[in-house]
Ligand binder design. Sequence first.
Ligand SMILES: *Cc1c(COP(=O)(O)O)cnc(C)c1O
Length: 383
Amino acid sequence: MRRRNALSPQTMAAQALHMLDGENGAVVPAMHSASTFARDENYDLQDGFVYSRYGSPTTSQGERIIAELEGAASSLLFNSGMSATVALVEALPMGAHVVAQSMMYHVGLNWLNRQAARGVIGFDSFEAGNLAALEAAIKPEKTKLVWIETPANGDWSITDIAVAARLAHAAGAILMCDSTAAPPCTTRPLALGADLSFHSATKYLNGHSDLTAGVLSAKDGLPIWEGILEVRSFQGTVLPGFEAWLLIRGLRTLFIRYAQASKNAMELARHFESHPAIERVLYPGLPSHPGHVVAKQQMTGGFGGMMSLLLKGKEGRALKAAKACNVFIPATSLGGVESLIEHRHTVAGPDYGIPENLLRLSIGIEAVDDLIADLEQALEAGH
Ligand SMILES: *Cc1c(COP(=O)(O)O)cnc(C)c1O
């Protein structure tokens, strides 16, 4: 590999760290699917790889690229975001106290509640974006992990990562930031003081809705890091070679995809903010969003494509509008090149406090006029 000191992250992503295949000069790295690796004549491992449950060359290339983009000492790829979550909680000391938001990715919240119910962890939640509530929920010397998600699923509330890190560290806890909605082209949580950065790489990092993956990235010398790797090796939840290869391909266009989604989302948010059928647009890029000032500081590469619309009018209108879309696809997930619309209240169920009149949008890279026109007609149809 050639040295590329001081290149910008955008260049490193576009060139996949310039990982040319040494054998033949192919500008795209080869995909490795081997489950086992031969030793040399001295019975030594040739490149550190033993058996694919522990890791393999293509996966480790993906990890190097993400670590570089995150400014991390090291990254670990998992076969889903949730398996990364499970490994992190599993690596905590038995009975450790965990603090997380009451509004966050709902399956992750389920997992924390479930582990708390089994006595594996102690768990308290706080209102997303409310730093005083976070401070009150932390138990000095007992809390081991503070878990934030910013922007957070649902209302896209923003948490000041640097302040959350100070609060966590003052109590002897580490801070994990789920930055799925704010990939490293806009936010680098480790640089702001977080100890761990988390992504569902299923979303923006891959960006093409054709794989599930998760990634944790750590600053240097984090004590829990070895334990997380051990759990991944026991569970076999490492990202396989083919998915890692697809993910590397997706990462190469991360910056341009995210910039276009951010541009589309801003235009769409502004358009619907004053629309007669809309009560509120929840988008951190709008000055009316309560987290806007902090978002502007910590999302330096754009506000992304995630927003929610709160509709006016009688119950059932939001679901009707979601069904009436022709360009927006009525599916869950986020961060892909295609725009998605979801009635979260129906999908997650009534237990998560998601308003009935809320529509969650993941804005893609299509022509924004098509997206705006589609929502206009869907709101009319849902009337
Ligand atoms: C999707 C998602 C996850 C879970 O990741 P999977 O890849 O679906 O397992 C976690 N956090 C956030 C914010 C997500 O959007």
